[in-house]
Every structure is written in C-alpha cells, then in structure tokens.
Design a protein around this ligand. Structure first.
Ligand SMILES: Nc1ncnc2c1ncn2[C@@H]1O[C@H](COP(=O)(O)OP(=O)(O)O)[C@@H](O)[C@H]1O
Ligand SMILES: N[C@@H](CCOP(=O)(O)O)C(=O)O
Length: 314
C-alpha cells in the first residue's frame, strides 16, 4: 500500500535520560523531568529545521540533523519518504553531557515520522519503534526510558532492543551535576576495553540485580547497589573532574554514578547540607519522569516553547 501523509503538524515531548546507573552498563536507564519538544510537518519540498535552546546555531538545519536522520530511517520502514519536511525544535536537554540528548532526538524523529503517516501505528508498532530507535543509537539503555518513562531494563535480542519499565520507589530523588564541558558518547565508548576480567563481570551482575531491588523497593541499598567495575574506571582519565565528584559524593554516603557516558554526575539523593561541588557544576533536582515520550497533533504552543521544563531547579 502506498504511504499517505497526515496534513498539519504533529509534535512530540521527549524526556532526558540517565543510562547505566552505575553497574547496568548498556541495560539500565531512568527518565528525568527535563524535556525537548519538537514539531514536524510535511511540506511540498526541501528540509527546514529551526532550533531554539540547546544546540541553537550549532546543529545542522538540514538532512544531517539527528531528528531528521531518525525520521528518514522511520519513513523508510513506514513505506516511503515525504516530499519535504519542516521541523521546529525547542531543546532543553544539555547535549553531549550524558543525559541522553541523542536518544531523545532519535526517539522524537521516529515518533514524529510515525505520527505523520496516516496508518503509521499499524505499520510501525511500539515494539518496532524501540527496535528502530535502539538500532540507530547503537544501544537501548537511553532509548528505553525515553520511550517508556520511569526506570527501565533494556536488553538486545537477535531481532533488536526490548525493554520493560518499573516503578521507582518513593524516596529516590535524582540530582544531576552538569558541567559546562562536553564529552561525546562515542569518545567515551572508545575508552572501554574489548574484554573485562571475569570477577568484574560477576561483580556487576550482582550489583545491577541489587540495583533493581534498591530502586524499586529499598532505596537504602542504593550505595552498594551502584558500584560499577565495567565502565566508570576506564573512562575516568577522560573525565577526571567527574570521577572525583562521584568519589566525593560516595564518600559522603550519597549513591552517585557517572550519568550515561558522562561527564554529568547522577546522584540518587540530594547532597548533604554544606556539600559544595564547585562552581563548574550546575546542580539540578530532576524528578523521575514516569510518562516517557508523548505525541500530540498541532504545532508547539506557549507551554512547549517555555524556557524551562517542569522540575528543573538550580
Ligand atoms: N536535540 C538534538 N537535535 C539534533 N541533534 C542532537 C540533539 N541532541 C543531540 N544531538 C546530536 O548528538 C550529539 C550528542 O550525542 P551523544 O554524544 O550521544 O551525547 P548525549 O549523552 O547528550 O546523548 C550532539 O553533539 C548532536 O550531534
Ligand atoms: N551505555 C551507554 C550510555 C550512553 O549514554 P549517553 O547519555 O552518554 O549517550 C554508554 O555508557 O556508552
């Protein structure tokens, strides 16, 4: 059946995410209440992208833009490309900091493309959206919480990425420490060895299983549950300030980890009174986002164009 396109714009709201959560490398993730909003419309020709907020003046306004790249991949699976595309992006997720901005862009693109095709949900169901987005990103651990919300466990089968979302226990209060400097995920992945010692793998298996229990049921166990031996130490030389802050917070009894591939630090509770991380860090309390990505008809309105998402506080 030929592909037909919806008339008028559609919009999507996608949350920031923190992946790994310490021992759950490439598997565990958490959605956070900080969002990008993107609207897209099929137009007669060309590709036009406007960007406000994070990445404005830096991101390519054309087919190289990651949201457009993801839309193109999704349209391919949906049966055909539209004649042209117009996008409006309002970005609040800091980019290249370990808060899942690239996954958010990819999820936004796949969901927008599906919503712009008249029978899109029949052609690309929710499981296929996750598989496609995880395939573009290369690992499923950010894409899963971005799509599903909450705390997610993701894994990869021969057919692609899959995930489940679990409710987070009351008393988990994520705080992120965001540095001004960037770090690309690809660079941080290149710092990892191709094999790891068996005791390190065994340690992470136990701690990530414990982390599922700690995050959903018993937050008092978050400190021992967030010990990692598979990625953080290998990456420390490339982000010494991040490694030092994780160490200081943990020494103060706060369960802290590298957020995603860094350089942001995620703590599962507020730092103790009087703890000063240094002026290079912006400190935001970001509640867990339970909703995941949401799609609606129409352009971005006043609410979506606002400067700060609900929950982000300095
Ligand atoms: N909202 C966005 N729109 C377009 N491209 C984006 C967006 N967010 C991130 N990107 C692209 O992804 C890169 C960052 O990806 P990555 O290194 O995986 O970091 P992060 O931890 O933020 O996901 C950016 O430099 C940019 O090229
Ligand atoms: N498991 C990945 C997670 C990358 O997350 P990001 O938010 O930094 O893109 C990794 O550790 O490489």
């Amino acid at each position: 059946m030929p592909t037909t396109f919806a008339s008028g714009p559609v919009r999507v709201r996608v949350p920031a995410t923190s992946a790994n959560l310490g021992p759950g490398f490439d598997a565990l993730g958490l959605a956070l209440a900080l969002h990008d909003d993107v609207a897209a419309e099929v137009v007669p020709a060309g590709v036009r992208v406007t960007v406000a907020g994070e990445g404005a003046g830096e991101l390519p306004p054309d087919d190289r833009h990651l949201v457009v790249v993801a839309m193109r991949a999704a349209f391919e699976q949906l049966g055909g490309q539209p004649p042209g595309l117009a996008l409006e992006c309002v970005n609040r997720i800091p980019q290249a900091r370990g808060l899942g901005s690239s996954s958010a862009a990819i999820v936004a693109g796949v969901l927008l493309a599906r919503a712009l095709v008249t029978d899109g949900e029949r052609r690309l169901d929710d499981d296929a959206v996750l598989r496609l987005a995880a395939g573009i990103e290369g690992h499923p651990d950010n894409v899963a919480p971005c799509l599903l919300g909450g705390f997610t466990i993701a894994w990869t089968e021969p057919a692609g990425g899959r995930a489940v979302s679990l409710p987070v226990a009351a008393g988990v209060r994520p705080t992120v420490f965001v540095p001004a400097g960037r770090g690309l995920t690809a660079t941080a992945r290149a710092a990892l060895p191709s094999t790891v010692p068996h005791p390190d793998a065994a340690s992470n298996a136990g701690r990530s299983a414990l982390l599922v229990h700690a995050l959903t049921t018993e937050p008092a166990l978050l400190l021992p549950a967030t010990v990692d031996r598979l990625h953080q130490d290998y990456r420390a030389a490339g982000m010494p300030a991040t490694a030092a802050l994780v160490g200081e917070l943990r020494a103060a009894g706060v369960a802290a980890v590298v957020s995603g591939a860094g350089p942001t630090v995620l703590a599962f509770d507020a730092p103790p009174e009087g703890f000063t991380p240094g002026t290079e860090w912006e400190v935001w309390r970001l509640p867990v986002e339970v909703r995941g990505a949401t799609v609606a008809r129409g352009r971005l309105g006043h609410a979506e164009r606002g400067p700060v998402a609900a929950g982000r506080k300095s």
